[in-house]
Design a protein around this ligand. Structure first.
Ligand SMILES: [Mg+2]
Length: 402
């Protein structure tokens, strides 16, 4: 297989949109978001400012930075425009997030040229038609293409030739952190075991990695380190649902405990959904009772959302409606699934990220992406202030104890 997979990633996306729309910001350090840094321009990164960093620390590092509030509508529109160019470039486009996608350009040689030519043209088009810098990595696999774009940033193009030797020479000297999915926590475990480069991971063997990181992660990492990545680019990939569940054991649980579990489940699955660049319209609650009976309840919104508070509100309403059953039978498992998933670069999604809570969701996602899922536990207090307001719930009985 030749190198036909492109990983296209906008540089400092939110900050670049700000610099595009306000010429006074060009060439200057720009920080988007005052509380937590949502994005930093490369001029600000030169001073050590990073996404998900506290605003105060960012301003200490770079006192002359211009701090601007996020304009999610503008970013959403820019994302749609860029994805339109992606789809115009290849029929095989798989969105990864709001500013990132894989494109497979195989079979386009005759009409559009070699992959590196297509990649160069794509970068030029996004620059001239939309006004944003785009970095592209080109390789035989998704993993190599993703690493290549990371190394080529900002505003670059890097092609990994498709022979095994070039690929190995490219991959092996890199730090383990370059592997897609290795966060600070896994990296620390690997470093502690003396494994610092991808080549060292490959040489260590699968058993060692499984012992360090567990079966699933260890195997996955070994495959990537040894350059096995058969994952294809899937156009318009649409997962039908996404879910998470938690067993509670047989002990009786208070309403507050159950609510805390529900909140954690909703947080987890919403984060995954947002990371996949999706929104959801339907929330499904699954319960298993002490007598092993099960119940499933669902509720739909008229428009898709990406907001944790909205979905949590629906889930709480569904749970409250089951309170009599829970009281009678005891609860041993809770699950939440999101269905009617929608790409958020499509037009269907009702500006979910236009209010404060959604901005907060994105900020929290970024902090967790950098520092691990437990870096921030959203204070239960945040949600206590959110009213029940759930007009779309069917036949919801009064909610005792709320
Ligand atoms: Mg990006």
């Amino acid at each position: 297989l030749p190198s036909t997979i492109l990983h296209a990633d906008l540089d400092a996306f939110f900050a670049s949109v700000e610099q595009r729309d306000d010429p006074a910001l060009r060439g200057r350090p720009v920080i988007v978001g005052g509380g937590v840094v949502l994005a930093a321009s490369y001029e600000a990164r030169a001073f050590g400012v990073r996404g998900a960093m506290g605003g105060r620390r960012a301003r200490t590092l770079c006192p002359h930075a211009v701090v601007v509030p996020p304009r999610m509508k503008a970013y959403s529109a820019a994302s749609r425009a860029v994805f339109a160019v992606f789809r115009d470039t290849s029929p095989l486009v798989e969105g990864v997030s709001i500013d990132e996608a894989f494109l497979d350009v195989r079979g386009l040689e005759r009409i559009a040229g070699a992959p590196h030519e297509i990649a160069a043209r794509l970068r030029a088009r996004v620059r001239t038609e939309i006004g944003l810098p785009l970095t592209v990595g080109v390789a035989r696999t998704k993993h190599l293409a993703k690493i290549a774009s990371g190394l080529a940033k900002p505003d670059g193009l890097l092609v990994v030739a498709d022979d095994p030797r070039s690929e190995r020479d490219f991959l092996h000297p890199l730090a383990v952190e370059r592997i897609w999915g290795v966060g600070p926590k896994s990296a620390a475990v690997l470093h502690a075991a003396g494994l610092n480069t991808i080549g060292e991971l490959a040489a260590a063997g699968e058993d060692v990695l499984v012992a360090l990181l567990g079966r699933h992660a260890g195997r996955h990492l070994h495959r990537l380190a040894t350059n096995h990545d058969p994952r294809p680019v899937r156009a318009g990939r649409r997962r039908r649902s996404m879910g998470s569940q938690s067993a509670l054991g047989r002990r009786a649980r208070s309403e507050a405990e159950i609510d805390a579990v529900l909140m954690a489940l909703v947080e987890r699955v919403m984060r995954r959904m947002r990371r996949a660049g999706l929104g959801c319209r339907t929330v499904v609650l699954r319960l298993r009772f002490g007598d092993y009976a099960r119940a499933t309840r669902s509720s739909s919104l008229r428009r898709a959302t990406r907001r944790t508070d909205t979905v949590l509100g629906l889930a709480r309403g569904l749970l409250a409606a089951c309170a009599p059953l829970i009281a009678e039978r005891g609860l041993t498992l809770i699950g939440i699934s999101l269905t009617s998933l929608t790409d958020d670069d499509g037009a269907q999604l009702e500006l979910p990220f236009d209010g404060r809570p959604a901005v907060l969701d994105d900020a929290l996602d970024q902090v967790r992406d950098r520092f691990g899922a437990n870096a921030i536990r959203r204070a239960a207090l945040v949600h206590r202030t959110i009213g029940p307001a759930m007009p779309t719930l069917p036949d919801r009985p009064d909610e005792p104890g709320r």
